[in-house]
Design a protein around this ligand. Structure first.
Ligand code: NAP
Length: 323
């Protein structure tokens, strides 16, 4: 297991190595230099460690986001990324206990495995079947899932009320489960889950139907069903399609109402293929970084006990949020 460093491509130790006022890269523009050197992160013997486990994890924006929040609040914490192998994941979690690490976020492919390594899990994790946050409560390691809350908060911050709405969720992996959890929890009227492997959509729909009757499943043919699409008020891409910039699936976005919100869980600095399709027809869109920042803010509170400076975390990953 190796620390892979923060989102700014430097390890936390490297990030701390340059004294304030000096630049390790002589050719930088003054504005860039100033941006990087504001409030340098000092790592001392008493600095507390928070981490994220994933594979791959080098691309994760979480270190950047959390370290910016620690700097903002003057907290003596540092957030680093680790890439355990599948075989060593449970050893990695044991290391949290052994080393006194404050807590951990968990990303692909370990969210489901994380459920099995905790002393207890929250009700949300029991329903979703995946944990993205591990923290200690009175010495016990607790598994929580803040993805659904992050999704709902991002919608709320864009003025979208879930209650009574009709949604289409494309995808049936771990992230889709968190999204469906949030939609049922906050009172959506009708949720259709469409997936390439229809049996997986069926399994999720069945699981959630005990909480809410209006959860249905189907395959991807629905993406071309005009009669159905014109009834939707929210369409969520919870697949990983678009992660590598490849085209989105065949989808008749023109059939959706003009105010139908399109939310892509996949995030990138540039609009994703799914969001580009929606934007081309002037549909309102929300990119996955908004969910990322809100799930991160909820985790931050569990790790530090402090309210997260969400605007600072958002800025660190290149977005502006409405607070
Ligand atoms: P996952 O469990 O691996 O599920 C992947 C989903 O994508 C499955 O439904 C899969 O369908 C579908 N899929 C993959 N390739 C496809 C293709 N070529 N055509 C059609 N469907 C395809 O992954 P996950 O954990 O749910 O994550 C999904 C995405 O959400 C990832 O990009 C992840 O980065 C993102 N995410 C973002 C946030 C955030 O904060 N913004 C949080 C969590 C996740 P099958 O079942 O048929 O294989």
């Amino acid at each position: 297991m190796e620390p892979t460093g923060g989102g700014d491509d430097r390890s936390p130790m490297q990030a701390n190595a340059t004294p304030a006022g000096e630049s390790a890269r002589g050719g930088d523009k003054p504005a860039e230099r100033k941006k990087r050197l504001v409030k340098p992160h000092r790592i001392e013997g008493h600095t507390r460690v928070v981490c994220v486990f994933g594979d791959p994890v080098e691309h994760s924006l979480s270190p950047r986001m959390h370290n910016a929040a620690y700097r903002e609040l003057g907290l003596d914490y540092v957030y680093v990324a680790f890439k355990p192998t599948v075989r060593r994941f449970s050893d990695a979690v044991q290391a949290i206990r052994a080393l006194g690490i404050v807590g951990a976020n968990v990303t692909v492919p370990y969210k489901q495995a994380a459920v099995t390594v905790c002393d207890r899990v929250t009700d949300t994790v029991s329903v979703v079947g995946a944990a993205n946050t591990l923290y200690f409560d009175r010495g016990k390691l607790v598994g929580e899932n803040t993805d659904g809350l992050g999704f709902a908060s991002a919608l709320g911050a864009h003025g979208f009320r879930i209650r009574g709405k009709r949604a289409l969720v494309i995808g049936a992996g771990g992230a889709a489960r968190a999204v469906v959890w949030a939609l049922t929890e906050y009172g959506a009227a009708d949720i259709v889950i469409a997936n390439r492997t229809a049996s997986k959509a069926k399994q999720i729909a069945k699981m959630f139907r005990s909480h809410m009757p209006g959860v249905h499943h189907t395959d991807l043919e629905v993406l071309d069903d005009f009669d159905f699409l014109e009834t939707r008020q929210l369409v969520v891409n919870a697949t990983s399609v678009g992660l590598n910039g490849k085209d989105f699936l065949d989808y008749s976005v023109e059939a959706t109402p003009e105010d139908c919100v399109h939310f892509d869980l996949v995030y990138a600095e540039e609009p994703t293929p799914f969001l580009r399709m929606a934007q081309a027809l002037k549909r309102p869109t929300i990119d996955g970084r908004h969910m990322l920042v809100h799930q991160g803010a909820a985790a931050f509170k569990l790790f530090t006990g402090r309210r997260a400076p969400v605007d600072v975390m958002a800025k660190a990953i290149g977005i502006k949020i409405r607070t």
